[in-house]
Design a protein around this ligand. Structure first.
Ligand SMILES: *[C@@H]1O[C@H](CO)[C@@H](O)[C@H](O)[C@H]1NC(C)=O
Ligand SMILES: *[C@@H]1O[C@H](CO)[C@@H](O)[C@H](O)[C@H]1NC(C)=O
Ligand SMILES: *[C@@H]1O[C@H](CO)[C@@H](O)[C@H](O)[C@H]1NC(C)=O
Length: 354
């Protein structure tokens, strides 16, 4: 019976030698309205509500909050609600809030810079206030950063149609994607410099199938297809971003940099809605006009009776049901939405690979 202890010992050694990272202890979020409703700067024609930046309804959970739940963490609080002490920031912070004066612009690179600065300062503060240097290191190593930019920028770019080329004269629509992808990749590198070791970068959804773009491109679609030109534009951005991260990885030793292909995940639902319990993959649950894409959601009364059967919540954003599937697929080893590793592995919530 000496065999059993031996086997156990062997197993323990195997586990110990695996590069399993310790479970993540905090989730920090940077991004646009896909990361927090407080970051919404889209022209929804609801300026009359004037009820602050979180337009109705914010009851729908967004992807970062769903991921926080999977990590066993509370939804990261908005940075503006914190009192500036490390204790409040210890489990994570959501830095995605609208920058003053950002409204109406296609994209302000400054918004990324501003959030990056706040994130870097927070990380620094956590290190400074740690009891021991080891605690400081584990605080940085235990932090997961999620970056979710691009959707609002593309929403604005697409809303202006050919006019957008005139508003971005130096770059054009495609050049704009390159610029944005480069900025996001640079942010990943800058977070690394500040001590971040686990970073997740979200791509942009197939906005060519989003209610707003479908409505704008009514003359181009038959109600079942999507606006290909818009999807191609977004795919160009996603591909550029993925390539930039790929190029970055060898330069950031000891870090896990994950790209999650939100486009692929959403497209799977849009192509096979019934497979995932949806019966509406084009029309917004909450909105007016064709596809619910003319006017966005601004009252409870506008909400459809069965949100869980819609892929799209409003003009450009997914329902909680769709986001929950994206979260599950990002988490799971059985899907390839996130590369090169799934988020369960990244966050250290699994010690065995299978
Ligand atoms: C907002 O409403 C005005 C007038 O109702 C309309 O002309 C304009 O196109 C709308 N803008 C958007 C972004 O829906
Ligand atoms: C900040 O908030 C934390 C947790 O809510 C609380 O314990 C702490 O006393 C607050 N500090 C200040 C200076 O307000
Ligand atoms: C996601 O996974 C959780 C936990 O495994 C499950 O309860 C939930 O129903 C899943 N969500 C969807 C939309 O399938």
């Amino acid at each position: 019976m000496a065999l059993l202890p031996l086997l156990l010992l062997l197993l323990l050694r195997l586990v110990a030698s695996a590069p399993a990272s310790s479970p993540a202890t905090a989730l920090f979020v940077l991004g646009d309205s896909t990361a927090s409703c407080a970051a919404t700067t889209l022209p929804l024609n609801v300026s009359f509500t004037s009820s602050g930046p979180c337009l109705f309804p914010s009851g729908r959970r967004l992807l970062p909050d769903l991921l926080a739940a999977k990590m066993g963490l509370p939804p990261p609080p908005l940075v503006s609600t914190l009192n500036g002490t490390a204790v409040e920031a210890a489990k994570g912070v959501n830095f995605a809030e609208a920058e003053e004066g950002a409204r109406g612009m296609i994209f302000r690179m400054g918004a990324v810079g501003q959030q990056l600065r706040l994130a870097t300062e927070t990380l620094q503060q956590l290190r400074l206030e740690a009891a021991t240097p080891q605690d400081a290191d584990s605080a940085a190593a235990g932090a997961v950063f999620v970056l979710s930019f691009g959707t609002d920028a593309y929403a604005r770019l697409l809303a202006r149609g050919p006019e957008a080329d005139a508003s971005a004269p130096k770059h054009g629509r495609r050049g704009f994607g390159r610029l944005l992808a480069d900025r996001v990749a640079r942010t990943v590198a800058e977070l690394y410099e500040a001590g971040a070791r686990r970073t997740v970068v979200m791509g942009v959804a197939p906005l060519g199938c989003a209610p707003r773009v479908m409505w704008e491109g009514l003359h181009l679609v038959d109600g079942r297809s999507c606006v290909d030109e818009a999807n191609e534009l977004v795919q160009g951005y996603n591909a550029r971003l993925a390539a930039q991260l790929e190029a970055l990885r060898p330069r950031l030793p000891g870090a896990d940099i994950v790209f999650c292909d939100i486009y692929k995940a959403m497209m799977e639902m849009i192509t096979h809605p019934a497979r995932y319990g949806f019966d509406e993959a084009r029309k917004a649950c909450c909105g007016l006009g064709p596809f619910g894409g003319t006017i966005g959601c601004f009252t409870k009364e506008m909400v459809c009776p069965t949100p869980q059967r819609h892929v799209w919540w409003d003009l450009y954003s997914a329902t909680e049901a769709a986001s929950s599937l994206v979260a599950n697929w990002s988490w799971s080893a059985h899907s390839s939405v996130c590369q090169p590793i799934n988020l369960e592995t990244l966050t250290g919530h699994t010690s065995f690979s299978y």
